[in-house]
Write a protein that binds this ligand. Structure first.
Ligand SMILES: Nc1nc2c(ncn2[C@@H]2O[C@H](COP(=O)(O)OP(=O)(O)OP(=O)(O)O)[C@@H](O)[C@H]2O)c(=O)[nH]1
Ligand SMILES: [Mg+2]
Length: 398
């Protein structure tokens, strides 16, 4: 081969000749009417007759002579690789929720997870169908697992007095309370309150982001919220807060008060009682973080304070005699058993569930390329509890 013997000057001449020929070919193919946007493509035969293919092969040979591009060493401790948290995205869903599941996953993947690749865990009280798994798996390159919920953590426990539970359901139905007559809704609320974080697919993880079918994610998220939580010693993150329906939790606050008088040691000296009570704990103001969105620490739910708290509430039967939701239960525990600076308002995450939206404002709306209307924002609507959260001293430093 003569090529290795060529001097640098020869090589440069050949490259210049190559570029010149390419340019001539290109301009020959562009007719004046076409302008530059629609050049015609010459056939290989035409190119060969011009000797261009030979030159192209020669240029490939020349490229082979070039030193290899500098490649980054891939080292397991490479500090340029961002740190990841021990976290998962989690969704409880039914097979019939499939279209809403696809919609939520598609959005969260596009806005966040395509860059971060956190695994997904889907849980169901029945086996997921083949079609469900096929249509969900195709949406992400991340690991996806599908789990069956153990029966004993889902169905109404046998020690519940069914007659009393039925009376409770009928009463809420008469009052027109949403899901007032539903046993499966109660199963779901109890599972989310006390069991999801013990499911075998979730026990390997510390952090979770709870996602529901049919929600909206409006903004690009360029940072890792799990790492943010970890780095700032946070435990519970939310986007929307609002009051609970009073008739669904008539005896919840008295049970909470009994528990904390039995166990004052679990109540944080720097707690967020002012978020959940307007009279220093005498009564509950119904404010809760809307738990269809949660970014939180499962080790908090698995810890001693929350375990004893949940067991205490469970033994009252209130999940079935009334219709206790996981949102007030998580919120009350997070407010009382953590420091107030461990709660975090994710004001930069644009989110909507049903008709309630949190749309970031100002710089965060612009930088997140948010697709929500900034005026469609529940933050300071009459029923929002955000102002209760803001009256906690430390909220703005969170
Ligand atoms: N597998 C299973 N999932 C359920 C069941 N009931 C509810 N879920 C899921 O639990 C979550 C909450 O249920 P939703 O029906 O959305 O309750 P909600 O958010 O209070 O009410 P909506 O305003 O109707 O959304 C969703 O992720 C549902 O898919 C059930 O019986 N089985
Ligand atoms: Mg929902």
């Amino acid at each position: 081969m003569v090529l290795p013997l060529l001097t640098a000057v020869h090589r440069r001449s050949i490259i210049i000749a190559l570029i010149t020929v390419s340019c001539v070919c290109y301009f020959m193919t562009v007719s004046p009417e076409d302008g530059y946007s629609s050049s015609k493509i010459l056939s290989p035969e035409q190119l060969d007759s011009m000797g261009v293919l030979g030159i192209a092969q020669m240029s490939e040979a020349l490229l082979d002579l070039a030193p290899p591009a500098e490649s980054k060493p891939s080292h397991p401790h490479d500090p340029s690789i961002p740190r990841r948290a021990n976290a998962t995205l989690v969704m409880l869903a039914r097979n019939s929720d499939l279209d809403g599941v696809v919609s939520s996953v598609e959005q969260l993947e596009a806005k966040f997870n395509r860059k971060f690749n956190y695994p997904w865990v889907f849980l169901n009280d029945e086996p997921f169908s083949y079609d469900f798994k096929r249509r969900v798996k195709v949406l992400t390159d991340a690991d996806v697992s599908f789990g069956l919920i153990p029966r004993e953590t889902w169905v109404q426990p046998p020690w519940i007095d069914e007659e009393r539970a039925r009376k409770g359901r009928n009463m809420l139905m008469k009052e027109g309370v949403i899901y007032g007559g539903s046993v499966s809704y109660r199963n779901m609320c109890r599972f989310n309150s006390g069991f999801f974080f013990h499911h075998e697919l979730l026990t390997p993880y510390k952090w979770y982001w709870r996602v529901e079918p049919d929600v909206r994610f409006y903004c690009d998220l360029e940072y890792d919220p799990f790492v943010f939580m970890e780095d700032h010693d946070k435990i519970y993150g939310f986007t929307i807060s609002m009051p609970e329906w009073k008739p669904t939790i008539t005896s919840l606050w008295s049970a909470v008060k009994e528990f904390i008088s039995d166990h004052p040691e679990y109540v944080s000296p720097n707690n967020s009682m002012d978020f959940i009570s307007d009279d220093a704990g005498d009564t509950y103001n119904m404010c809760h973080f809307w738990s269809n969105f949660e970014i939180a620490d499962m080790d908090f739910w698995r810890g001693e304070a929350y375990t004893k708290f949940f067991d205490y509430l469970e033994n009252t039967g209130g999940f079935y005699y009334e219709r206790w939701g996981d949102a007030p239960i998580h919120s009350i525990a997070a407010a009382l058993f953590t420091r107030k600076d461990q709660l975090h308002f994710f004001k930069d995450i644009g989110y909507k569930h049903a008709e309630f939206a949190h749309c970031p404002q100002g710089r965060q709306w612009r930088e997140g390329h948010c697709s929500c209307n900034p005026n469609d924002n529940f933050d300071f609507a009459q029923n929002s509890c955000l102002r209760h959260f803001m009256r906690l001293d430390d909220w703005m430093f969170g």
